[in-house]
Design a protein around this ligand. Structure first.
Ligand SMILES: Nc1ncnc2c1ncn2[C@@H]1O[C@H](COP(=O)(O)OP(=O)(O)OP(=O)(O)O)[C@@H](O)[C@H]1O
Ligand code: SF4
Ligand SMILES: [Mg+2]
Length: 325
């Protein structure tokens, strides 16, 4: 397995108390595989990704337990230098907002090229040629002419392509894309997502795609992990989850996607709000919002149960949920 996150716990020590942001996350990504991570705002998607990438703010963050196995090596046991090397060469991250991730005072060519001078010892001239090649590869028109331009001279979609180019530059084996298209216009979103998916296939990279958009996921992901209050509540191959969710929360998320054949009908919304992470409810964290909740849900934390060889659900009533489709 390329990446395996095991029972990861992350907390934030704040003035108001300890926010339990990640509470026993388990997920894995194989070479060439795309894992989509879904869940409402605050469910711990980004914090988990930052822990994998090694860029968590510590303090206030703290990884209190767990393992992050990358090519069978626990990243949490590595020393600073070894860790930095893996982060720089084997993994890359793409963020939502290219403008704040790119350096405004360096040309895009210099920023892409720097990866090759620093990590591959290339001359500046060769690195610039590499930058043009990569810009071509992510289909930035007139790459040769634009390589000397600055981030603000590009449109949002083009900047996102530049971030993708930088992420791919050293041919990492894992890419983490944290809502890579959220800030873009709808038409541009699809183009950027298609490009990312295409390059990922070509280079056989593992991809963790964090998104709110269940519509996008169906086209590009192999499997899905649904997060709620810092836990994975369901994992499944992508097509099975659309046919029949095994967790009421997933079911709620699926019902709240707008559908073309139901235009004009009021959109379903899961009632209530995600819990305050300083005070996660006992039992199943979803119980105050769950239409299927019973007494046991208010006292016992549901274990992540094996629904089939490839699916898991953390619900006491996963069987009933599957049957009730
Ligand atoms: N630097 C920080 N200091 C304190 N708490 C933090 C910090 N970063 C994250 N958290 C806590 O962790 C929780 C989970 O955050 P995370 O960014 O992982 O959510 P997310 O699932 O990525 O949400 P979104 O969809 O909004 O990006 C937050 O609600 C917050 O309580
Ligand atoms: S364990 Fe209970 S409250 Fe939680 S999702 Fe299942 S039915 Fe709902
Ligand atoms: Mg996030």
């Amino acid at each position: 397995m390329l990446l395996e996150v095991r029972d990861l716990h992350v907390e934030f020590h704040t003035r108001d108390g300890v926010a339990k942001a990640v509470n026993g996350v388990n997920y894995s990504v194989a070479e060439g595989e795309t894992l989509a991570v879904l869940g409402e705002s605050g469910s711990g998607k980004s914090v988990t990704a930052q822990a994998v990438m090694g860029i968590l703010d510590m303090p206030p963050g703290k990884i209190s337990s767990g393992e992050i196995l990358f090519k069978d090596q626990d990243l949490l046991k590595l020393k600073g230098e070894e860790r930095r090397k893996i982060r720089g060469q084997e993994m890359a991250m793409i963020f939502q907002d290219a403008l704040s991730s790119l350096n405004p005072v360096l040309s895009v060519g210099e920023q892409i090229g720097e990866l090759f001078t620093v990590h591959r010892g290339m001359s500046r001239k060769d690195a610039k040629a590499k930058a043009v090649e990569l810009m071509d590869r992510v289909r930035i028109p007139a790459a040769k002419e634009r390589v000397g331009q600055y981030p603000h001279q590009f449109s949002g979609g083009m900047r996102q392509r530049i971030m993708i180019a930088m992420a791919l530059a050293l041919e990492p084996s894992l890419i983490i894309a944290d809502e890579p298209t959220t800030a873009l216009d709808v038409t541009v979103q699809a183009q950027v997502m298609d490009l990312l998916a295409e390059l990922q296939r070509e280079l056989n990279m593992g991809l963790i795609l964090i998104t709110h958009d269940l519509g996008v996921v169906a086209d590009v992901a192999d499997k899905i992990a649904v997060m709620y209050a810092g836990r994975i509540v369901e994992t499944s191959p992508v097509h099975e989850i659309y046919k029949a969710p095994a967790h009421p929360y997933t079911k709620g998320l699926l019902q709240s996607i707008p559908r073309l054949d139901q235009k004009g009908q009021e959109l379903y919304a899961i009632k209530g709000l995600p819990p305050n992470l300083l005070r996660i409810p006992p039992g199943c964290a979803f119980n105050p919002r769950c239409p299927m909740a019973q007494d046991v849900c208010r006292t016992d934390v549901p274990p992540l149960a094996q629904v089939s060889e490839t699916r898991q659900s953390a619900c006491h009533f996963w069987k009933e949920t599957l049957d009730a489709r």
